[in-house]
Design a protein around this ligand. Structure first.
Ligand code: MN
Length: 245
């Protein structure tokens, strides 16, 4: 099946795309700097674009269906990309005096959509097809999880608890705190970040209903439990290595 890519800048080069992927694995802070540079580039015209999935839509079956992945990526993530770009356009037009806007509302809209874009850009490579994903993390990530959570099973239980108890729509995230050098968990309401910029997102689980309802109906717990079968630990480990530099 052909992967669709809803891009607002079709003429982007392969180099630009590789820069984009490099940015998705960096910290949010670095991402912000990158986007700032990017938006100042005369060729990039301050627009975000939807990254393609790193696997086929049906790759996460039977745990996440092809239908959900198509809708989630092509419709929901695309809407955040388009929403962020629309907000940027409104801000620019307002600066030029072409329109009047409620700056507070537009900035809130911009934040909501950019955060959604960033979280989903991390979420897709955080997963891998069953067989390639799942299991237990090894290496430095596994060591750190054992040190900071008292073992993988204890980490998994608390992360799952965080995901299952998000009120309404939101995320559970595993973060690396660069100040203390330790791993911490957080919940995100909707998709507005509630952690400090010094923390790097390593692993995220989307528990908005659009992420599981078609497959699991209202049984978010089963979705969370099954999701562990497709966690891409090598991606999480590589984010940790970059965060610790
Ligand atoms: Mn989502």
């Amino acid at each position: 099946m052909k992967l669709s890519c809803v891009s607002t800048s079709e003429a982007r080069s392969a180099e630009d795309k590789s820069l984009f992927y490099a940015a998705t694995s960096q910290t949010v802070e670095t991402w912000g700097n990158f986007l700032s540079d990017w938006s100042n580039s005369p060729t990039m015209a301050n627009h975000y674009s939807l990254p393609p999935l790193p696997y086929k839509y049906d790759a996460l079956q039977p745990y996440i269906s092809e239908k959900i992945m198509m809708l989630h990526h092509d419709k929901h993530h695309a809407a955040y990309v388009n929403g962020a770009n629309a907000a940027l356009d409104k801000l620019e037009k307002a600066r030029k005096g072409e329109i009047q806007i409620d700056v507070r509302a537009v900035l809130r809209d911009f934040s909501f959509n950019v955060d959604g874009h960033i979280l989903h850009s991390i979420f897709w490579p955080n997963m891998a097809p069953a067989g390639k994903g799942g299991g237990n993390p090894g290496g430095s990530l596994g060591d750190l999880i054992t040190r900071d959570f008292g073992g993988f099973d204890k980490f998994k239980a608390q992360f799952s608890d965080a995901a299952k108890t998000v009120e309404g729509s939101g995320w559970a995230l595993l973060l690396y705190d660069r100040e203390t050098g330790q791993l911490v968990l957080t919940q995100v309401e909707k998709q507005n970040f509630m952690h400090l910029a010094q923390m790097t997102i390593l692993l995220g689980l989307d528990v908005w209903e659009h992420a599981y309802y078609l497959d699991y109906m209202n049984d978010r717990g089963k979705y969370v439990d099954n999701w562990w079968n497709v966690v891409n630990w090598s991606d999480v480990d590589s984010r940790l290595s970059k965060a610790r530099v």
